[in-house]
Design a protein around this ligand. Structure first.
Ligand SMILES: [Zn+2]
Length: 60
């Protein structure tokens, strides 16, 4: 499945908001939580709050 298709199905595991696909750095972004869920080397999104990365100001 393409990431763009996944984006329509995935929601933030914390707040259940829809996500934005970020290309650089790669990941799914929740603007409400200000978190980025990374995508691993196999193209699998890691939808775990514990693995999420806090967004920097410029990424918001
Ligand atoms: Zn969220």
């Amino acid at each position: 499945m393409k990431l763009s298709e996944l984006q329509e199905k995935l929601v933030c595991p914390k707040c259940h908001s829809s996500l934005t696909l970020s290309e650089d750095p790669h990941g799914f972004v929740c603007k409400r939580c200000r978190l980025r869920y990374p995508i691993d080397d196999h193209g699998i999104p890691i939808m775990l709050p514990d693995e999420a990365i806090a967004l920097k100001r410029k990424e918001l």
